[in-house]
Design a protein around this ligand. Structure first.
Ligand code: NDP
Length: 480
């Protein structure tokens, strides 16, 4: 049984309390490892180490910082299969997905910001009254980075890479539910020669170790990805302390399909955008709106495809839908399917827990589920389910579907399918989401701003946005 350790001041160490939590493999429903149950004492040690390392790291030339980050990226690539297996085992996601998406993206994040920081330039403004201004951007200090369980190493590195590239030191906490690749990552950081204290990883519970990071007086900026309720709690603690905050929160994303779309492309991509990673991606399109004219044809073809999706052992090549991340999460998703029925929905396929044979007999598997017959404003269509469940609803008018799309408290991502470019622009303009895909889904250019409107978050990640977040601006005005 693997017992993972915290990474503090360049060393792998046991938690101060000596207490551990169980780590569960969701495909087997079995404990397979132990995680430090860290407390504020561990966060204190991590923060002290990060503070001590800040002076050197923030003054290290960007080319040197970039070299270490690129070295870490190389090591991620060299350990591709080992990391993908660990991610799949820890999270329940198909190994194939971890191999093709999660781990390649983790090294891409490191490389992207290793390069980006070398091109990050300051602004200068000439003032007509005879002055010149230049704006410096300096690292802020110790950054707190907290990430969720759905894309563990992918989202962990998405925060850490820009924070470190910009010259901050970091105290980070991965989700307690999926800590394994963050632990392996700490080993790679040591191997890559990342100076001691520059990155510190504290494992443990959100309400304990996570909360201690948020409350710490010497951590002036917080980058958080997770649920909207947790985001509210974090903002309530951090805002009165005047911390810089970046919050990437939940979503309830509309997938709008017009009758003039490329039907086959819209259909096959919508199956993926509904059920990739068991529907546990904040960007999944969980509410599908189909124009009346093609609604019945789309529903029939969609259901036929979904029925063929193989739910199974994440390690198997043929598996399309793996385990959901935990037993409580499985129960939450199943309770939403029950709610959907109570609200008058018809389950066209799925709806049940799946019992597999062999090593996965106690795993947490749910059939990909399609529900129709619900109104756009019922709870099933307003609350984030974050599992393999989608609803499909018809619409007639463009204005009507825009109203449906905008009817939730969220505004993270939206997908629009139409071959009419003018209509695509019009709808993209009116839908209140931070990210809009037209005739595609999850096509990511890391230079673009990433984040949500309304209760989907505050601030943007990606490209220069992240480097701006992780730096403090200072303007110098010189009278000529
Ligand atoms: P949670 O909000 O439960 O947890 C996210 C992280 O915060 C975890 O590391 C968690 O630790 C920690 N945490 C929990 N409570 C606190 C606290 N009081 N103080 C500090 N940290 C805390 O989210 P999930 O892990 O369940 O992730 C799923 C959610 O993330 C979904 O809502 C999804 O939409 C959202 N998400 C958003 C994305 C975006 O970019 N907008 C991307 C991916 C996911 P622990 O796990 O140990 O409790």
């Amino acid at each position: 049984m693997t017992q993972i350790k915290n990474y503090i001041n360049g060393e792998l160490v046991a938690p101060v309390s000596g207490e551990y939590l169980d780590n569960i493999n969701p495909a087997e429903g079995k404990v397979y490892g132990q995680i430090p149950d860290s407390t504020s004492k561990d966060v204190e040690k991590a923060t002290e180490a990060a503070k001590a390392a800040f002076e050197d790291w923030s003054n290290t030339p960007v080319t040197k910082r970039a070299r270490v980050l690129n070295k870490i990226a190389d090591l991620i690539d060299q350990n591709h299969e080992r990391l993908a297996k660990a991610e799949s085992e820890d999270n329940g996601k198909p190994l194939k997905l971890a191999m093709s998406v999660d781990i390649p993206r983790a090294s891409a994040n490191m490389r992207f910001y290793a390069t980006g920081i070398q091109h990050f330039a300051s602004e200068s403004h000439y003032t007509e009254e005879g002055a010149i201004n230049y704006t410096m951007r300096r690292p802020v200090g110790v950054a707190g980075c907290i990430s969720p369980w759905n894309l563990p190493l992918y989202l962990f590195t998405w925060k850490i890479a820009p924070a470190l590239a910009a010259g901050n030191t970091v105290v980070a906490k991965p989700s307690e539910v999926t800590p394994m690749t963050a632990f392996l990552f700490s080993e790679l950081c040591i191997e890559a020669g990342l100076p001691s204290g520059v990155l510190n990883i504290v494992h443990g519970l959100g309400g304990k170790a996570g909360q201690a990071i948020i409350e710490h007086k010497d951590i002036p900026l917080i980058s958080f990805t997770g649920g909207t309720e947790t985001g509210k709690r974090i903002a309530a603690t951090a805002a009165p302390m005047f911390k810089k905050l970046s919050l990437e929160l939940g979503g309830k994303n509309p997938n709008i399909i017009f009758a003039d779309c490329d039907f086959d492309k819209a259909l096959s991509t919508s199956v993926i955008s509904s059920f990739a990673n068991q529907g546990q991606i904040c960007l999944c399109g969980s509410r599908i709106f189909v124009e009346e004219e093609i609604h019945d044809k789309f529903v029939a073809a969609f259901v036929e495809k979904v029925k063929k999706m193989q739910v199974g052992d994440p390690a198997e090549e043929s598996t399309r839908v793996g385990a959901v991340v935990s037993k409580p999460h499985m129960e939450k998703v199943l309770s939403y399917i029950k709610l959907g029925k109570e609200e008058g929905g018809e389950v066209l396929t799925g709806g049940q827990q799946v019992k597999l044979d062999g090593r996965c007999e106690n795993g947490y598997f749910i059939e990909p589920t399609v529900i129709t017959g619900l109104s756009h404003n019922c709870r099933t269509n307003q609350e984030e389910i974050f599992g393999p469940v989608v609803t499909i609803m018809p619409f007639n008018e463009e204005e009507e579907v825009i109203e449906y799309a905008n009817s939730t408290a969220y505004g993270l991502a939206a997908t629009i399918w139409t071959e009419n470019l003018t209509k695509a622009h019009r709808v993209a303009h009116s839908v209140k989401s931070g990210i809009i895909w037209v005739n595609c889904w999850l096509l990511r250019d890391l230079r673009t701003p990433f984040g949500g409107m309304k209760q989907s978050g505050v601030g943007r990640e990606g490209g220069w946005e992240a480097l701006r977040f992780f730096t403090e601006t200072k303007n110098v005005c010189i009278k000529l």
